[in-house]
Ligand binder design. Sequence first.
Ligand code: ASP
Length: 353
Amino acid sequence: MILSLVAAALAAAQAAAPQPFADAVAPPPGETRADTAGTPATTGGWTLLVHGGAGTIRRDRITAEQDAAYRAAIDAALMAGQAVLAKGGSALDAVQAAVELMEDDPLFNAGRGAVFTHDRTNELDAAIMDGRTRAAGAVARLTTSRHPVAVARAVLRDGRHVMLTGADADRFGADRGVEQMDPAWFATPHRREQIDEFLRREAGAKAVSSYDIDQKFGTVGAVARDARGHLAAATSTGGLTGKRWGRIGDAPIVGAGTYADDRACAVSATGAGEYFIRVGVAHEICARVRLAGESLQEAADAVMAEVLALGGSGGVIVAGPDGRSAFSFNTEGMYRGRLTSDGVHEVAIYDDE
Ligand code: ASP
């Protein structure tokens, strides 16, 4: 009896009709701010948003070359996701493809180019979630897997557990074909300079946070709505410069830095992870959309305001089942991009774009 009930519930879940895009309508109130304006619902197809971190990202702190390099990298991630979505591929495959590309790019604090821990190691966290089934995979403290998000995907696919950590998680990834690297492969000179500076300041008995060193968070993430109406989210990070004692941030915590639920939205976050964990940011946004009927923009802005009220900064990208999407951040900038099947193609950095 119980088994047949379970089987019926599973069949119903599998048969759940994909939601078509709603007809294009004007953005609801709250979706009008230029920096975080939600797109109107589209009439068909797919939506993809990516981010490469948020923070004190100002024109006067970035050279023209850096500006161009970040825009090109964000655009490349959009293209990687588009290659999946335009062929009718799944949101899950698209967010993984976009994040893997950024994990390889030393510009971002994920995979190669990850920040250093207090012990001068690189420890990588990632998560991926399927909005169709709410299946999720998360990994933390990896040191050898080239693509942490691919290990997270293998955890999701395996299905027995949701979160794996440390060397065992790397081994699990290796067993499932995820490329393994010498830990030195993840280290870059720029990140070494940052940890040196962090430790110098700390030795001088100064209160120091990773934000003092970098002024931005460089986590990467992607959210997508595919042509079948399914959602997915993925996030990958090296965490915070100088993190210690096995610290794990919000990125791999399902419901904090990453969440996807076809009934509401898909969210990937970047920022001061401790606050995002305490607020349960990604799940909280989806809950407000699902239970309070808020728009993506209203929900994201309200939850980011809660993060700010506690003293945290950062941002989120959000995609909904009707093709709408939103950016929200309480910092001066967020590396971000949006691409949809009906022609929206945006790459932006600063809050006034
Ligand atoms: N959220 C990440 C963490 O706290 C940091 C980041 O966004 O760059 O681990």
